[in-house]
Ligand binder design. Structure first.
Ligand code: 6R9
Length: 648
């Protein structure tokens, strides 16, 4: 890793919301007196009833409780829309760029956003949705997804978005998991010139759900869909609905949304975020990390199905009265210049994407970037996985012309917003490092086995956070015990991130990747256990072990070792069949990149699969298998290595 630093230019720093001196001063204050610091920051939100307490937190196993601004009341949608109407009712809130560049973009003003959100809220009310009910969204990247999120927030319903790339089975499990009253979907989702049949996926999912679950269908393409008794035409209902809907008064700690994410064990868990603390944190990080100023056009390329889309397409930007761009398409359609053409067309000022997209576009050559006018760009950002210095340098040189600060933002679904990141006018970047903690965030590096905090500046170990911040998740939906066990039991008194981390002599942090059985494929989290249980659900599979391995574009690829049932012969057909199987069970993002037939898996004498060895074999690192003395049958490993080598 290179230790070359890239400080912000004097001109940028002079104009920035936060410069180096201000960062130091504010950071110290945020750690010394969190109550005073967050008490002040809480004012960036409009409260119906102001809070009298700020932080009330307990990280002790058995009693974990996280409360911020607990006696305050507010409405998140009113904060994202209504309070801006007087000053910027005619300003564009959302720029919508469709999949096909030949179709017209939409500019939705705050006034229009208000009307559409109220219409959608009234449609939900008409279906009997009230405060505290759960609504699942399975949507393309269209303005109605934003209306639906904000409509839920307006009436106090809790939304749970399922990424449109997930399969009907995964969708059904999430509808049932949260006991949702309504599913909102669309007929079809156009992406990269192809259409996903969302409604028919929804139909398949709903076969396994209670008959009382209602389905609202937004018309996106007008593609033919079948209608059942539970379906309602959302577009028609919205057109007929009133544009008035009073916002519900919510407690700061009332849940705003649930978002499922993968962990090291079991099925994905429903991360629950609050209303008040989450909004304060999303708004503050959006403004300061991107140096967002009124009038700027902000573009986060994520999908609203992921936390990045929640915090940095919808809640953070809209709480700040920003113009936020919502893109339906993909970086390479119609060709690899699409991102840059959209930047030029809409005069984008802050651009926020994932390393996997940068690597994919870097591989297409510079001409795709160079033919667009990128002179409006001010700040570039990345999120989702560590960025390799080669990709960082390309982003910096070719996209940023060497003059735009890059913010490499480390955070998680669980954290609600950025946790460690450069501030563009304050921090000298180092390619590959997420640099320094955001205000109020106290990272610590622990020795993995003893759990001792390493206090030397130079350190390497597991990353924990010492104290709470307002954007922290509050619980796992319906399973507080799992919440405590996952995040507070391995290292007592700390929030455990699941990431490994190194701190260098300058106090800069470098994320080294997950230390648990979670792999990061194109910036998407995938539990190896989930893919394994999908594989073993196939009648011809006896056993499966899944690990990550280095992949040029995706960061990590999915490597599956599969043991077949007695008498079943491996074949190309079966390989294809299993790939398809996993796509159906979970979704296309979980499809194994490589399947290796494994007559046996390396296990300890107590029957535990030794994944460490499987990881090394997948990485082609046969010389460093480590301690193999506990293997029950050493010959199994030789066999796997031989097979791996034969594949070249
Ligand atoms: C926001 C988001 C979280 C995991 C996290 C870490 C990895 C995210 C990163 C990064 C290095 C960064 N990660 N950002 N690693 N540098 N800038 O991605 O949430 O989907 O929950 O993933 O992603 O391993 O623990 P989520």
């Amino acid at each position: 890793m290179s230790d070359k630093t890239y400080p912000p230019s004097d001109a940028f720093a002079a104009d920035a919301l936060i410069d180096a001196a201000k960062y130091e001063e504010m950071y110290a204050a945020s750690i010394t007196d969190p109550d005073a610091f967050w008490g002040e920051q809480g004012k960036r939100v409009d409260w119906i009833k102001p809070y009298s307490t700020v932080k009330d937190v307990n990280f002790d196993l058995g009693n974990v409780a996280i409360n911020w601004y607990a006696d305050g009341t507010l409405n998140v949608a009113a904060n994202c829309i209504d309070r801006h109407l007087a000053e910027r009712g005619d300003q564009t809130a959302i720029i919508w760029e469709p999949d096909d560049p030949k179709d017209d973009a939409q500019h939705i003003t705050y006034q229009e956003l208000h009307a559409q959100t109220c219409r959608m809220a009234n449609v939900l009310k008409g279906l009997g949705v009230t405060k505290g009910d759960r609504v699942v969204l399975y949507m393309p990247m269209i303005p109605e997804a934003a209306y639906a999120m904000l409509a839920c927030a307006r009436i106090g319903a809790i939304h749970s978005i399922v990424f449109a790339g997930f399969s009907p089975d995964a969708l059904g499990a999430r509808i049932n998991g949260s006991n949702a009253k309504v599913l909102i979907t669309a007929d079809e989702a156009p992406r990269g010139g192809r259409k996903t049949a969302l409604k028919s996926n929804a139909d398949a999912a709903l076969l396994h759900c209670d008959d009382r679950v209602q389905c609202l269908v937004v018309k996106r393409t007008g593609g033919q869909t079948t209608w059942t008794e539970r379906d309602h035409d959302c577009t028609a209902l919205m057109a007929a609905a009133s544009t008035d809907c009073a916002p519900e008064e919510m407690n700061a700690e009332d849940p705003l949304f649930i978002l499922y994410t993968s962990g090291s064990t079991g099925q994905p868990k429903g991360v629950v975020h609050s209303s008040g603390g989450y909004l304060v944190y999303a708004s503050m990080t959006h403004e300061l990390v991107f140096d967002y100023k009124p009038g700027d056009v902000f573009w986060c390329t994520a999908d609203v199905g992921w936390v990045t889309g929640h915090s940095y397409i919808i809640y953070g930007p809209l709480a700040n009265g920003a113009t936020t761009l919502m893109f339906e398409g993909v970086p390479t359609y119609p060709d690899a210049s699409r991102f840059w053409q959209v930047c030029e067309k809409h005069k984008v000022n802050q651009f926020y994407t994932a390393p996997t997209a940068i690597r994919a576009l870097m591989g297409q050559g510079n001409e795709f970037v160079e033919k667009s006018d990128l002179s409006d760009l001010k700040v570039l950002g990345t999120v989702g996985e560590p960025i390799n210095p080669e990709a960082w340098n390309w982003y910096n040189d070719v996209v940023g012309k060497g003059t735009r600060p890059i913010v490499d933002t480390w955070w998680q679904t669980e954290t609600g917003g950025h946790m460690m990141t450069p501030l563009p006018g304050a921090t000298a970047a180092k390619p590959g490092s997420c640099t320094k903690p955001f205000f109020g965030v106290h990272p610590v590096i622990l020795e993995p086995t003893t759990g001792e905090e390493i206090t030397d500046t130079v350190a390497e170990g597991v990353l924990c956070i010492k104290d709470s911040w307002p954007g922290q998740m509050r619980t796992v939906y319906g399973d507080h015990e799992r919440f405590e066990k996952t995040y507070f039991s391995d290292y007592k008194g700390y929030y455990f991130t699941g990431d490994g981390c190194r701190r260098d002599a300058d106090g800069y942090y470098w994320i080294t990747g997950r230390v648990d059985d979670v792999i990061n494929v194109s910036g998407h989290r995938m539990g190896t256990a989930e893919v394994e249980s999908a594989l073993v659900a196939h009648a011809q599979v006896a056993e499966a072990a899944v690990v990550g391995y280095p992949h040029n574009v995706k960061g990590q690829g999915i490597y599956a070792y599969v043991t077949l049932m007695n008498g079943v012969e491996p074949s190309e057909e079966l390989r294809k069949e299993l790939e398809k199987w996993v796509r159906t069970e979970i979704g296309p993002i979980a499809k194994p990149d490589l399947i290796q037939w494994a007559p046996g898996l390396p296990k300890t004498r107590s029957g535990k699969i030794m994944r460490r060895i499987l990881r090394k074999i997948a990485e082609d690192d046969f010389g460093a298998l480590g301690d193999t003395s506990t293997l029950a049958e050493p010959a199994v490993v030789d066999d796997l290595i031989e097979n791996r080598m034969n594949k070249g």
